[in-house]
Design a protein around this ligand. Structure first.
Ligand code: GLA
Length: 729
């Protein structure tokens, strides 16, 4: 049993962790989260003294019990806990105080689901659910805390539901999905910041008194901060030490905050950002706060990442392409931008076929009046001036060549210069009569509205049904501003951000159900909505608009902390690179792109014969290692290049008999220093060979003494080592 409940003590055990809560004086206290401790009451750790200015709730036995100083499981505003709280409710009388007391619990077989929201699902894993109900008696407001327990994966999910059993509507001003309290403050806060074309850069700093946090108020999870954070002990490394991860399965505004209290304790909170948030809940109705995936690793950051990789790959991503091999594609964006027609695309398809590429993706520019990025969004009608004879003719032509066909959409957007905007200006998020903000010269459709969504869904379905389309790239190229919806009354405009995301999820659920064989790739100007929520609908997401292989090292390194390579859209592009002007060998571009979904994004018709041969070999290599890359265990062998001259990572098969080591040596050196790579995850006693190299090595040697890299004669040279167990004699 993963969940043990007795005498007001709730213990959740996974393979390597224990999580515990206890009811005292009617309050649900948090007692522990960390390494597995067996069957014991961890409340012996609680410290109680009469701390000045920390008040005592009604019924407290003495002045030593204060909600301000106890570890709490779910903190509500207004009854003496002055730390960052999870719940703020405004009641009909204007008061905002909520006093949550324990009511009951229930343990259920299997993992709970959340209506209208993505959530981890059980499939063939062992999973249980714990539901704990808390209540504010005075206002008859109920909070149901959900815990999904994946014992073997070391994952505990959290979500909650706020139910209004009162007789008046209430306004939710903040509903975070969780808080997680710890004794002590000796931890580092790790988060992943960035910008367009440089997403998810890892940053680690020691916790300080007060608040440190990240978040998004942009309507999307954003390039600027990823909804994923880690708290770890100061001494935690890739391979050892305690670390806690929290990944928010939500694609809109979020806040992830760590607060060190007056008593040197730490609270981590995560949830929908409360800026511009105010949600009305009618009597009898409820509100669901999205899911957080928690994991604890006692073996460093590498294991923490592998826990998430498994969870997301097998219990978040869905559909046929969760496990089926994804086609190796060529995308025409960086090849042609808007300047293409049927003939050009067929030329690309013919060359692609010869090289072994399996799918052609037609990117932006095939619809409406769309010659550049200033017009046409919303007009999802084929531009037959470009695609002479129509879409079906092109798709049939591509299929005849022997390739699958994929297409680009930006469903949530609208250009002012479009027939759709001319017909329905009120469908865009703007405030009537007020000037508004353009970004990429476009506006955002009000996806909180059913009628707007239905129109776009119908258009998309018509296109997808008109030809044999097997892939969709779903883009979203700006953030939200001027947020106001014509369909909500004045007092409910604080719901629009969240309703937009609920609308988006509703749309995605419908379209992915309707086209179960289509592979959907998410995108938001690259990785602007690269979160576990989107992965529930899109098993892969274009990782970044930065296709420079060297900058991708840092982006893909940061991305790997929470997300498996199977979700990382990654392509070989042309040199000089369009974003940085940098020249990097085709080999290195291939090695970097292979640690993702793999494809090409350049005008392959302009490649010379030797480059075409090299591409053909890369594709064969990728196919050979596909299983190892996509299903193997991922190990980071170095940092992202900020401190070292080599960036290296490795895939190891589940049985540890095979590994693929990838390394990029950043700078060549005169009179060089030798670089050694230390492998991980092998069997210490087994003997391994390295393809194309002399010798036989024990796993222990390769891991502890390492393997020397060749001397680089050019910047950004790369090495790919195939390591396999030598079994005979
Ligand atoms: C975004 C995407 C690109 C490309 C363009 C098209 O920037 O990230 O890959 O699809 O839009 O406009």
């Amino acid at each position: 049993m993963a969940i043990i409940c007795r005498e007001n003590l709730f213990s959740i055990h996974t393979k390597n962790s224990t999580y515990q809560m206890k009811v005292e004086m009617g309050f649900l206290l948090h007692t522990y989260y960390g390494p597995y401790v067996g069957d014991m009451d961890m409340s012996y750790l609680a410290r109680r003294i009469d701390r000045g200015f920390s008040g005592n709730p009604d019924g407290a036995p003495d002045r030593r019990f204060s909600l301000d100083t106890q570890l709490l499981e779910y903190s509500a505003y207004g009854t003496g806990d002055y730390r960052n709280d999870c719940l703020r409710v405004e009641y009909a009388d204007g008061s905002q105080v909520t006093d949550l007391k324990y009511v009951s619990y229930e343990v259920k077989e299997g993992k709970y689901a959340l209506e209208g929201l993505p959530a981890m699902y059980q499939e063939d894993a062992k999973a249980e659910t714990l539901e704990i109900t808390l209540r504010d008696e005075y206002k008859n407001l109920e909070v149901i805390l959900y815990y999904g327990v994946f014992e073997d994966l070391d994952i505990i999910t959290r979500a909650c539901r706020i139910v209004n059993h009162g007789k008046d509507p209430v306004h939710l001003l903040r509903v975070y999905s969780m808080c997680l309290d710890f004794y002590g403050k000796d931890m580092d806060f790790i988060h992943f910041y960035g910008r367009h074309a440089m997403e998810r850069v890892m940053e680690r700093s020691p916790l300080q008194h007060g608040m440190q946090g990240v978040g998004s108020r942009r309507g999307y999870s954003s390039h600027q901060h990823n909804p994923f954070v880690i708290l770890c002990k100061h001494d935690a490394t890739e391979d050892r030490g305690f670390c806690y991860g929290a990944s928010f399965m939500y694609s809109g505004n979020f806040a992830a905050e760590a607060e060190v209290s007056q008593a040197d304790d730490t609270r981590l909170t995560m949830g929908i950002h409360d800026a511009q948030f105010c949600f009305e809940v009618q009597p009898g109705d409820s509100f669901i706060a999205p899911e957080v995936l928690l994991t604890f690793s006692g073996e460093g950051l590498g294991q923490l990442s592998r826990n998430y990789h498994r969870a997301i790959r097998y219990h978040v991503c869905r559909g046929k392409y969760k496990t089926a091999r994804r086609p190796i594609l060529v995308n025409n964006w960086e090849a042609t931008y808007f300047d293409f027609d049927t003939e050009k695309l067929l030329d690309i398809a013919r060359d692609a076929k010869e090289m072994g590429i399996e799918m052609l993706v037609m990117d932006d520019g095939w619809f409406g009046k769309r010659e550049d990025d200033n017009s046409g969004l919303g007009d999802w009608f084929v531009n037959e001036k470009k695609l002479v004879g129509g879409l079906k003719k092109l798709v049939d032509g591509v299929n005849e060549i022997g390739l699958k066909f994929g297409i680009w959409f930006e469903p949530e957007m609208i250009s002012e210069d479009s027939d759709l905007y001319r017909a329905h200006p009120d469908w865009a998020l703007t405030i009537p009569g007020r000037s508004f903000t353009r970004s990429r010269n476009q506006l955002v459709l009000d996806f909180s509205r059913e009628d707007v969504r239905q129109y776009v869904l119908d258009r998309m379905c018509e296109i997808l049904e008109s030809a044999n389309i097997e892939y969709v790239k779903w883009d979203a190229n700006r953030h939200l501003s001027d947020v106001w919806s014509a369909q909500l009354p004045a007092g409910r405009q604080g719901e629009v951000f969240h309703r937009y995301i609920l609308g988006l999820y509703d749309f995605l659920e419908k379209i992915t159900k309707r086209f179960p064989d289509v592979l959907f790739e998410g995108c938001s100007g690259g990785g602007g909505r690269f979160d576990a929520g989107m992965m529930y609908y899109h098993p892969q997401i274009w990782c970044s608009d930065d296709t420079d292989a060297v900058e991708r090292l840092q982006i893909q390194y940061g991305t790997s902390f929470a997300y498996p390579v199977s979700t990382v859209g990654s392509h070989v592009s042309v040199c000089p690179n369009h974003q940085t002007g940098r020249n990097v060998s085709l080999k290195t571009r291939g090695v970097v792109a292979m640690s993702g979904t793999f494809g090409y994004e350049l005008d392959i018709t302009k490649m010379n014969d030797s480059e075409k041969r090299e591409v053909k070999e890369q594709i064969e290599t990728f196919k050979q290692y596909y299983g190892l890359i996509q299903n193997g265990d991922y190990y980071r062998l170095t940092d992202d290049g900020r401190a070292s001259n080599v960036v290296a990572w490795e895939f190891v098969s589940g049985d540890k008999k095979e590994a693929l080591v990838n390394a990029v040596i950043l700078k060549t050196m005169a009179n060089p220093i030798f670089q050694t790579i230390y492998m991980k995850g092998l069997k210490p006693d087994a003997f391994y060979e390295i393809e194309g190299r002399e010798g036989k090595f024990t796993g222990a040697a390769l891991m502890s003494a390492g393997y020397p890299l060749p001397v680089a004669m050019d910047d950004y040279e790369s090495v790919q080592l195939h390591v396999y167990e030598k079994t005979e004699n």
